[in-house]
Design a protein around this ligand. Structure first.
Ligand code: G1P
Length: 297
């Protein structure tokens, strides 16, 4: 048995410029799919995987996130007084117990690897998870839970992975595959955002990681990589070079790239259609809209 993973880091310092003007005053992670902020999906997934300590790496302008996870006594009292117990339950499910959630600021936008290394002292000497809230994964068994279970067998470091179209590989970290055994992929190299035509495979890194403290140490020494940033991928690749195990995990589920407008819209439609209270009316609307587009002059 490998040590239990109980801490997760949520890098949420990005400016979200792709969603301007919305992100001028609202952190990207608070943007909602139907009625739940992106960050809540990430938290729910982490909880399902047994995470107990939640570490947010934030930046200036992200304080709405802290308010979101705080208790809202006035709102709770008002809902309680009017007997709206279902809404009260929903509201309470978003509260985080004091002491289980920590926020620290990344003072300079030096990249994902740097953001994770900011949490180094809080993680200490144990394996930990990283969740990128932009990657929303709809799955029967939440993705991180699938990985935590696999990690109990493998140990080492593990990244979620899925196949992407060859022309998309330059947007991702990409795995150099040694061997595949069911969903578990042994990795012999990793490249962040390879130039077109140079990717070692079509297996892209998706934003769920189980990492070792050694990777935090690697982050202190890796040089700036793709885009001039300190890349998490490079610190994981350094593990392979040091002869330690790194695995990809081909998760079951559908991943939505909510860092892009198209992905965000797709997730919105899919999540709305998955809701009993919205499905029928929304499906009818979609069908009508689709038909109208095809008959327009
Ligand atoms: C980050 C990682 C990349 C990974 C991707 C998944 O890139 O650096 O390795 O494939 O997330 O979403 P970003 O999308 O922040 O550029």
């Amino acid at each position: 048995m490998h040590r239990k993973v109980t801490k997760a880091v949520f890098p949420v310092a990005g400016l979200g410029t792709r969603f301007l003007p919305a992100t001028k005053s609202v952190p990207k992670e608070i943007m909602t799919l139907v009625d739940k902020p992106l960050i809540q999906y990430a938290i729910d997934e982490a909880r399902a995987a047994g995470i107990e300590d939640f570490i947010f790496v934030t930046s200036r302008g992200k304080s709405a996130l802290e308010d979101y996870f705080d208790v809202a006594p006035d709102l709770e009292a008002a809902l309680g007084a009017s007997g709206k117990t279902a809404l009260l339950d929903i509201l309470r499910s978003t509260n985080m117990e004091s002491g289980t959630i920590a926020y620290l600021r990344q003072h300079k936008a030096l990249g994902l690897g740097h953001a994770v290394s900011c949490a180094s002292k809080m993680i200490g000497d144990e394996p930990f998870a990283v969740i990128l809230p932009d990657d929303v994964i709809a799955a029967e068994r939440p993705c991180l839970q699938q990985m935590v279970e696999a990690y109990q067998e493998t140990g080492g470091a593990m990244v979620a992975t899925m196949q992407v179209a060859p022309e998309k590989t330059s947007s991702y970290g990409v795995l150099d595959v040694a061997k595949e055994d069911g969903p578990i992929v042994s990795v012999k190299g990793m490249v962040e955002k390879p130039a077109a035509g140079t990717a070692p495979s079509n297996l892209a890194v998706i934003g769920r990681y189980i990492l070792t403290p050694q990777i935090l140490a690697n982050l202190d020494t890796v040089t700036r990589g793709a885009g001039g940033e300190i890349q998490l991928t490079d610190a994981i690749a350094a593990e392979i070079e040091a002869g330690r195990d790194v695995f990809g995990y081909r998760f079951e589920g559908h991943r939505y790239d909510c860092g892009s407008k198209a992905g965000f819209l797709q997730a919105t439609v899919a999540f709305a259609l998955a809701r009993d209270d919205l499905r029928d009316e929304f499906a009818e609307f979609l069908a009508e809209t689709h038909a109208a587009r095809h008959t327009a002059p």
